[in-house]
Design a protein. Sequence first.
Length: 233
Amino acid sequence: MLDIHKLSAGYGEAMVLHDISCRIDPGQVTALMGRNGMGKTTLLKTIMGLIKARSGQIIFNGAPIEKQPTHLISRAGLGYVPQGREIFSDFTVAENLHLSQLGHNTGAVLPLEKIYDWFPILKERSEQRAGTFSGGQQQILAIARALIGKPSMLLLDEPTEGIQPSIVHEIGLQLRRIARETGLGILIVEQNVDMVRTLAEEVFFMENGAIQERCDIAALRQDDSLLHRYLSV
Ligand SMILES: Nc1ncnc2c1ncn2[C@@H]1O[C@H](COP(=O)(O)OP(=O)(O)OP(=O)(O)O)[C@@H](O)[C@H]1O
């Protein structure tokens, strides 16, 4: 469970997150939506310890993590796929996955066969250089690399940016399947409404560095006025 209490953070003198409080239960899939510049990426980076919290608490599975370095936060079970997909373009798919396994020295890594079962394209193209992949395939590889460390919660920052609609839907369905099969919790920053409807169970709407509203996905299907208010779609 991720429990954020009165979290504030920013860059230098500029505060971006203001007193954020929210809670994500184990296995829950939550989307974080809002216009550009509202602080969504900053929130994910602060959870991961890449930006230090100025005040407030982040409790993950019962332990405070807001003062921990990123590698310990990752080891505690938080996986992170940043915007822009951090993969090694010159290495093959298999090498990318092996490197990710090596990065987790606790021994608790997912076997590659499981990854290949979830994402057959990675098995079919395991010897192909990652840089030759399409944007969608690179995103799948980035997600697979994050899953190798068996996180209990995965943070995804706009995975569908610049990806073909057919692959967006495929990635959404597959993430939902993995979340149901393994109990993985997901916090996804996403502007793509189709992806959010496919994957998420609830949505947080962010504006001016604060979570202004939360809504169940079923309610959002009935009434999309919140999308108009917070995204202007
Ligand atoms: N490295 C940085 N240094 C200073 N200010 C930053 C930095 N990164 C982001 N900001 C500012 O912080 C605010 C929030 O940015 P953030 O990237 O978190 O927003 P976002 O909601 O994720 O938007 P986007 O969808 O555009 O990524 C913006 O005003 C942005 O200009």
